[in-house]
Ligand binder design. Structure first.
Ligand code: 2BA
Length: 109
């Protein structure tokens, strides 16, 4: 058995979740936020038998896409004061960040 931990964009999460449900793949959705941008994302915990692993990964891949996100940058004047009219820069985020780990033991009580 494997545990997939998939961090996905909030906009994609519902489609991934629906697709997993269509395959009868159990999963849990958690509201999380990225450590870098601080924006909300969704972390899916997906426990699968080995033979379901590729199906789950394919559905994640098929329903998540990359997006450009804006990061505000506050230019600082020579006297050290941040200007109020901020500028922004773009960062490419996603589609999905996925970890696959072996499950040593799985119990339901
Ligand atoms: P965030 O941490 O908010 O990162 C958003 C995007 O900012 C990243 O997109 C990447 O393009 C950039 N970024 C993040 N950390 C950076 C750094 N130290 N230096 C330069 N750029 C950086 P993704 O790589 O697609 O990551 C999307 C989200 O997936 C992340 O949101 C975070 O929540 C999660 N994530 C990504 N890699 C991870 C990892 N190794 N461990 C745990 N979570 C991770």
């Amino acid at each position: 058995m494997k545990l997939i931990t998939a961090i996905v964009n909030k906009k994609d999460a519902v489609f991934v979740s629906d697709a997993l449900r269509d395959h009868g793949i159990y999963h849990t959705k958690m509201s999380t936020s990225g450590g870098f941008l601080g924006k909300g994302n969704v972390t899916l915990l997906i426990g699968v038998e080995d033979e379901q692993l590729e199906t789950a990964l394919t559905e994640i891949k098929n329903h998540c896409r990359q997006r450009m996100e804006q990061i505000p940058t506050f230019p600082v004047t020579p006297n050290g004061i941040a200007r109020l009219n901020y500028m922004s820069t773009e960062v490419l985020v996603g589609g999905a960040t996925v970890f696959v780990t072996d499950v040593v033991r799985f119990e339901k009580y």
